[in-house]
Design a binder for this molecule. Structure first.
Ligand SMILES: Nc1ncnc2c1ncn2[C@@H]1O[C@H](COP(=O)(O)OP(=O)(O)OP(=O)(O)O)[C@@H](O)[C@H]1O
Length: 329
């Protein structure tokens, strides 16, 4: 489907000082007429220098489309966008020179060695060979791949490839690093290694913008985030504030042994401030998990419950509250 670009009036807008990304009423649509599909439906975003900012939402929420506009690889259909203080429609190549981009799909050259992938990427930015090589070695230390520097990329694990992609995005010493679902498809250990490197980058002053549909990733990494659904922003804030605003302190999860949640829901509803009935479990929102769990357990036999557990509220609960759906369907 072709990308369309509406005629935009030139708008004289300056991003506020300290905002590395500034968007007002930003729209991305694909196709025309009856085929027109709005991926991003007019969002406002401001990302400040030094923070880790997240777009959290399920598949199809519009996260990647937003990232591609910020990364200057896909033009906005309408609205205002400033990245590193510039307009992507005018200064795309200057902006790209100051950005690091980690795309959702690894686009490494599998037939080249680990080190050569970085060296050649450095050449795209016009760095002299010598500097490309020393920067490659420095970055391979940083992403803990120095011992694999002469291996062909197609012999690496998924986690190693992702770390190499992050290293590649850092070749030009960007102030702003864009990461589209940086740990999707990685096992838990590989995810933690990536997270740890991202923390390190943040400590060194790099601004991070990432998309994710993992609520634990958003909670771990992001200072601030927006919850996206259907191309719109449903809520914005720090993970802690979002949970405090949109959920209770704790959640009791009751799983019926027979998988039938409708019947328990009637009995459980009075025991909590709010309940959500999912296909396989009932969630009871409460500020006192132990007391609610005890009350639920009281009905244990009557309801034929397989398990009752108490946990803290998470961004998953925020998403469910705001959209009526779980993050990963
Ligand atoms: N090139 C395109 N042509 C037509 N529709 C598109 C195109 N790219 C994205 N879309 C549609 O726009 C909507 C948002 O997609 P987008 O990839 O931005 O979502 P996302 O939140 O990043 O999800 P995912 O995690 O699956 O990438 C989806 O409905 C998608 O099908």
């Amino acid at each position: 489907m072709d990308e369309t670009r509406d005629e935009r009036a030139a708008v004289a807008v300056d991003a506020p000082p300290g905002a590395l990304v500034f968007a007002r009423d930003l729209v991305k649509a694909f196709g025309e007429g009856e085929q027109r599909r709005v991926a991003v439906a007019g969002i406002d975003v401001e990302v400040r220098a030094g923070e880790a900012f997240g777009f959290l939402g399920p598949n199809g929420a519009g996260k990647s489309s937003t990232m591609r506009m910020i990364g200057c690889t896909s033009p906005a259909t309408a609205g205002v966008l400033r990245v590193l203080g510039r307009d992507p429609a005018v200064d795309g190549s200057q902006i790209r020179a100051g950005l690091g981009v980690v795309p959702q799909e690894d686009s490494l050259d599998g037939e080249l060695t680990v080190r050569d992938n970085l060296v050649i990427y450095g050449r795209y930015f016009g760095l002299p060979w010598k500097e490309c090589r020393s920067r490659a070695d420095e970055l391979l230390e940083f992403v803990q791949l120095a011992d694999r520097r002469d291996s062909r990329v197609d012999t690496l694990s998924g986690g190693m490839k992702r770390r190499l992609t992050i290293a590649r995005a850092l070749v030009n010493r960007p102030r702003l690093l864009l990461l589209d679902e940086p740990t999707t498809g990685l096992d838990p250990q590989a995810r933690h290694v990536v997270w740890e490197r991202l923390f390190q980058l943040k400590r060194s002053g790099v601004t991070l913008i990432l998309t994710t549909h993992y609520m634990d990733e958003a909670e771990q990494l992001c200072d601030r985030l927006v919850v996206m659904d259907g191309g719109r922003i449903a809520a914005e804030g720090s993970p802690r504030d979002l949970i405090a605003t949109h959920s209770t302190r704790e959640v009791v999860e009751a799983r019926p042994a027979d998988g039938e949640t409708a019947r328990p829901a009637e009995v459980l509803a009075p025991l909590a401030q709010r309940i959500e009935v999912l296909p396989d479990r009932v969630l009871l929102y409460t500020d006192d998990g132990d007391a609610t769990a005890a009350a639920v357990t009281h009905h244990h036999h009557e309801l034929n419950l397989a398990s009752v557990l108490v946990r803290r509220s998470s961004l998953e609960d925020v998403f469910l509250r705001l959209t009526g759906r779980t993050l990963v369907d």
